[in-house]
Design a protein around this ligand. Structure first.
Ligand code: UD1
Length: 425
């Protein structure tokens, strides 16, 4: 298994370019199964989760390939509506295939999805919405089968929580349903808008994506399209955090500043200065970060749970105490213990973390336990004195394309080791 070795305290500089968004590319790829033609999807990040999604598409009978950031999926010959457990367990967003397959074939069967261990992550909101759309749901030996032999009906759906995945699954199930579907208290994340843009380019009639009420008018058929995936706002925030903890000035290109409003406002509290223009964010970090006001993770446009771990690494080296309240996932602080091994002073109690900023962190051996937690360790490693070794980098590879290449280009001393052999720096 790969590890990253970081010699900390280097200043970063220059420009880093953000890749396409993982959380948009994955549902868009799954949605291409619903289309019944050849879709070309540009700006897909080269991630293990993207490759796992391509494998699922091929397993369903599609011709899917991925090369140089472009995914091509011809779903005309799709012949399966069951996904093997092993593929499902590789990633959380595999469950979005439920909506896509229902839309295409009227039936889908799969087990509960996998993904990072950050909480229970049930799918009850998805299934209850399906039932309201006339879809029968049965669960046997862990396999969930959804079926709509008489077609899917539009419905008025009020979500008990604005779940991102449930909103995406309902949109997919509704695109070819009879009549109108209304999703109230829908998730408003930019990736929802990207999925709606993709489906609308395929002939769907979705309005309101990005707002809390989404209206979908069912259409008879979809047609293929070419689509460009939006930039990854979490990768952009991660690059900014790398600059923040190293007192650096950095330009982050291909980022949408409006997608990061809540994140930028917290960074500003820490003393970072921003200069934003179309698709470019410039950050100038202070010598020492200031403590931040209590950070509460919320559905978009609130502070994203996916940035909680990276902001914790910033709080670790700030000049005071920062409190972090994780409201979205019940088990998303496993990086705190690893950060403490590097000299951080973090106490976790339930959904609250109290982070007493330390003047210095010190490199040691740590282990990534999930995707964003792994990125938090990289950020801490950049800030620390001495050498940090981060094991189980496979988690980081789920969401960051060749992270060591990008950070090394910006001036970090970072390299990858594979079974003890240096791979790249
Ligand atoms: C998506 C993102 C993930 C991000 C999360 C929250 C993708 C591939 N992943 O995950 O990076 O951290 O949004 O912004 O886009 N819940 C239920 N029942 C359900 C569905 C969700 O209780 O049926 C709960 C979850 O356990 C969690 C919360 O709702 O506590 C948020 O989940 P959700 O918004 O669905 O996140 P994901 O779509 O899994």
């Amino acid at each position: 298994m790969d590890s990253l070795i970081i010699n900390g305290k280097n200043r970063l500089g220059g420009t880093l370019c953000v890749h396409g968004a993982k959380n948009s590319a994955l549902p868009v790829l799954a949605a291409s199964a619903a289309v019944g033609g050849e879709c070309v999807i540009y700006n897909c990040p080269d991630l293990s989760d993207v490759r796992a999604t391509i494998r699922i598409l091929n397993g369903l009978g599609c011709f899917a390939s991925f090369e140089n950031g472009t995914a091509v999926c011809d779903s005309r010959l799709l012949c399966e509506n069951e996904i093997p457990d092993k593929s499902m367990r590789e990633l959380r967003s595999s469950f979005i295939f439920m909506g896509a397959l229902l839309s295409r074939t009227g039936k889908a069967s799969m087990c509960a999805p996998g993904g990072c261990e950050i909480g229970m992550r049930p799918v009850d909101i998805h299934l209850s919405a399906f039932e309201q759309m006339g879809i029968t749901v049965s669960i046997e030996n862990g396999r969930i089968t959804c079926e709509a032999p008489d077609g899917i009906s539009g419905a008025q759906i009020n979500l008990s929580f604005p779940s991102v995945g449930a909103t995406e699954n309902i949109i997919l199930a509704a695109v070819k349903a009879k009549g109108f579907t209304y999703i109230r208290n829908a998730a408003r994340e930019p990736e929802i808008e990207d999925l709606a843009d993709f489906l609308n380019s395929c002939g769907a009639k979705i309005s309101g994506a990005g707002d809390s009420t989404i209206v979908i008018e069912g259409v008879d058929s979809l047609h293929p399209c070419e689509f460009y995936v939006m930039p990854d706002r979490i990768e952009a925030a991660s690059f900014l955090a790398c600059a923040a903890v190293t007192g650096s000035t950095l330009t982050v290109q291909n980022a949408v500043p409006e997608h990061l409003s809540s994140v930028i406002s917290v960074f500003e509290q820490s003393g970072c200065i921003f200069d934003c223009s179309d698709k470019i964010i410039r950050i100038k970090a202070p010598q020492r970060l200031h403590k931040m006001k209590t950070i509460r993770t919320m559905p978009y446009p609130g502070f994203p749970t996916d940035c909680q771990a990276i902001i914790m690494s910033m709080a670790c080296v700030a000049n005071g105490t920062t409190i972090i309240n994780e409201n979205i996932f019940e088990n998303r602080f496993s990086h705190a213990g690893e950060l403490n091994r590097m000299g951080a002073d973090i106490t976790v109690s339930g959904r609250i973390a109290i982070v007493n900023g330390a003047r210095n962190l010190y490199g040691t051996s740590v282990r990534a336990t999930d995707l964003r937690g792994g990125m938090a360790l990289i950020i801490a490693g950049l800030a620390a004195y001495g050498q940090t070794r981060i094991d189980s980098v496979c988690y980081v590879d789920r969401g960051y394309e060749k992270i060591e290449r990008d950070l090394a280009a910006a001036g970090a001393d970072i390299r990858r080791e594979s079974n003890g052999r240096v791979k790249s720096g």
